[in-house]
Design a protein around this ligand. Structure first.
Ligand code: IPE
Ligand code: IPE
Ligand code: MG
Length: 224
């Protein structure tokens, strides 16, 4: 049985979920928050140490302004209302991605990270304005400036994910089979699960099915 230390999720399909219900894409984003809460709770139950959630990519800035604004207002209200609860549950919040947002949001993100920084039960890595290619490029440039060797060890420990073990599992909901610039380096040996359901429809049962499939998978890492 494989142990599960780290699960990464591309939470895709909110927009289509809203449209399918004759509502807006933003309606789907709002519904997606409930799934986030379910999956956090279930991950705690399953004692998963790291949960990485892709919430906004560097490419998502190409979306209409009204959708972008709505996504960030959802993030603001989620954190403002839940960060105390996350802290009480001994969950650490850690942002991966470039914190290029308005001052108010940056303050809230910094506050949330600081408040929860010593929590060790579970770590949620929230990928915000995250892009894997720029993460790798920035890391290599940093190593060059510092005159450090460009090798696997130095790249790994200078990415946003630093000393976090690589994901054991990547889940992408929303019936699309692509990585969309997510954790390209870190996913080198992860088991990948593409889920047909749209993110707001994804539930604990679907999640547990994937976790048990993973546990039975033979991982080779190049060996036999
Ligand atoms: C959520 O799903 C992902 C985010 C960028 C927040 P989408 O908004 O991409 O939904 P679909 O894929 O268009 O249905
Ligand atoms: C990936 O979903 C980004 C997030 C889930 C935050 P997208 O919906 O942006 O991916 P593409 O554009 O369909 O590849
Ligand atoms: Mg999408």
């Amino acid at each position: 049985m494989n142990p599960i230390k780290h699960v990464a999720i591309i939470m895709d399909g909110n927009g289509r979920w809203g449209i399918n219900r004759g509502k807006s894409r933003n309606f789907g984003h709002k519904a997606g928050i409930k799934t986030v809460e379910k999956i956090i709770k279930e991950s705690l139950k399953k004692k998963i140490r790291y949960l990485t959630l892709y919430a906004f990519s560097t490419e998502n800035w190409k979306r209409p302004k009204n959708e972008i604004n709505y996504l960030f207002s959802l993030l603001d209200s989620f954190l403002s209302s839940k960060i105390e609860e996350l802290n009480n549950e001994k969950i650490r919040l850690f942002i991966i991605g470039k914190k290029k947002f308005n001052k108010k949001l940056i303050r809230l993100l910094n506050f949330s990270e600081k408040l929860t920084s010593s929590n060790k039960r579970m770590q949620i890595n929230l990928a915000l304005n995250y892009g894997s290619k720029s993460e790798i490029i920035n890391t290599v440039n940093y190593l060059k400036i510092k005159k450090l060797k460009i090798n696997e060890k130095n790249i790994t420990k200078n990415l946003y994910t630093q000393n976090i073990p690589d994901p054991d599992i990547l889940i992408r909901t929303g019936n699309r089979k692509r990585l969309s610039n997510f954790l390209l380096w870190q996913l080198a040996y992860s088991e990948i699960f593409f889920e047909k359901k749209l993110w707001p429809d994804f539930n604990e049962k679907d999640y547990n099915k994937i976790l048990s499939m993973f546990k039975k998978t033979k991982r080779n890492f190049g060996k036999i």
